[in-house]
Design a protein around this ligand. Structure first.
Ligand code: HEC
Ligand code: HEC
Ligand code: HEC
Ligand code: HEC
Ligand code: HEC
Length: 237
């Protein structure tokens, strides 16, 4: 009897049996790599702005505190982008004729805000709030990276849900005293124990480690447990 299937079909069926699942796994894996890549999340990319504002110069070199410009970060869900007046406090005198600052002077004259492009942008169905993170001692650097070293602003973390959840499950490695949230250089060993006035943990006699400081701040600031902080309704309201 003649063979129903030609011998070469063996190879085809082998590909069907072993190849397709591999192909499927490959595309899932590939998909998740693309999903996490900077191309989709916007991580690491700078954005064209009307004026090339440098956090490196203003924060890293001049030492201006974040809250001088992002005035509502402690009190509201939004950190806020500074109005032109804030720039003019200095640039009415400094670099007053520089061409680079034309859009700033124009905006000031015409009383119109500078059309800054957003760098970070969560989808509308996610609720985020700056003030609670700041009040509970999560530093800007934990979510925005070394802003003091950025000639141009970029998004340093993925801002994906898994990134939020990783910290909500275990915030201790990212907790510091609320007075240090805007510092880009704070180290746990710098922490001065208010009870002893010394840079040491009375329990160990040595400077604080992040693990010890994180635990202390978690208790002090009444940070809730992982179960509460990972419930869907915290971020999807
Ligand atoms: C002198 C004013 C000034 C200071 C000080 C300042 N910023 Fe900014 N910041 C700006 C301006 C203007 C923008 C909008 C232009 C841009 O994105 O670069 C901005 C943008 C940002 C953004 C991106 C906003 C977006 O669109 O998503 C972040 C994050 C940010 N700043 C964090 C910080 C942090 C953290 C500090 C302190 C370590 C700080 N800034 C200090 C003026 C300032
Ligand atoms: C507290 C004073 C102060 C404020 C507020 C301030 N600047 Fe500046 N800015 C400076 C100084 C000083 C320099 C010069 C830095 C240098 O030469 O190293 C500068 C430089 C600049 C430059 C030249 C490029 C550079 O970074 O070297 C630009 C552009 C600029 N500022 C934009 C802005 C904008 C936009 C704002 C408002 C969001 C602003 N500045 C707010 C003090 C300030
Ligand atoms: C827990 C993480 C986290 C911390 C801590 C944090 N940010 Fe943000 N920040 C974000 C996210 C997420 C966004 C995007 C919000 C959105 O798209 O609605 C953002 C947006 C911003 C923006 C754009 C304007 C706005 O309000 O949406 C600025 C400016 C900013 N942050 C500054 C700061 C400064 C300054 C600090 C420290 C005092 C800080 N952030 C601390 C996560 C954080
Ligand atoms: C580096 C740590 C960290 C990251 C990253 C982080 N959070 Fe938080 N978040 C906290 C801490 C700590 C609290 C305060 C918890 C408490 O008060 O019990 C908090 C509280 C919140 C609250 C307030 C909950 C309430 O009931 O009022 C919201 C909303 C929130 N986070 C959303 C987000 C979102 C959305 C992201 C990601 C875009 C994010 N967080 C990323 C640490 C973080
Ligand atoms: C700490 C904040 C936070 C919590 C808690 C949280 N999410 Fe999210 N979620 C986000 C953020 C931020 C995004 C948008 C970024 C992204 O797509 O990863 C998101 C996106 C999503 C999306 C769309 C994702 C996609 O692939 O398009 C779904 C669905 C979702 N969340 C469901 C849930 C469910 C179900 C829970 C509870 C088990 C939950 N989330 C808890 C922050 C959170």
């Amino acid at each position: 009897m003649a063979q129903v299937f030609h011998r070469s079909m063996n190879a085809v069926s082998r590909i069907m049996v072993f190849g397709l699942p591999l192909l499927f796994m490959g595309s899932v894996l590939g998909g998740s790599i693309i999903y996490r890549s900077g191309y989709i999340t916007g991580r690491g990319e700078t954005v064209d702005q009307p004026v090339p504002f440098s956090h490196l110069h203003h924060v890293g070199q001049l030492g201006i505190d974040c809250r001088y410009c992002h005035t509502s970060v402690e009190s509201s869900s939004f950190a806020g982008i500074p109005p032109t007046k804030t720039c003019m406090n200095c640039h009415q005198q400094m670099w007053a004729g520089a061409e680079m600052l034309n859009p700033i002077r124009e905006s000031y004259k015409q009383n119109k805000s500078v059309p800054w492009e957003r760098v970070h942008n969560l989808p509308d169905y996610v609720y985020f709030n700056h003030s609670i993170h700041v009040a509970k001692g999560v530093g800007c650097v934990s979510c925005h990276g070394q802003v003091d070293q950025m000639p141009l602003m970029y998004q340093s973390k993925s801002l994906l849900m898994e990134w939020c959840l990783k910290c909500h499950r275990n915030p201790e490695p990212n907790l510091r005293p609320a007075s240090e949230v805007t510092s880009m250089t704070f180290k746990p060993a710098d922490y001065v124990n208010p009870e002893t006035g010394k840079k040491e943990n009375p329990e160990t006699g040595k400077p604080f480690t992040q693990a010890e400081l994180g635990k202390l701040m978690k208790d002090k600031n009444h940070v809730r447990n992982a179960l509460t902080l990972t419930s869907c309704s915290i971020c999807h309201r």
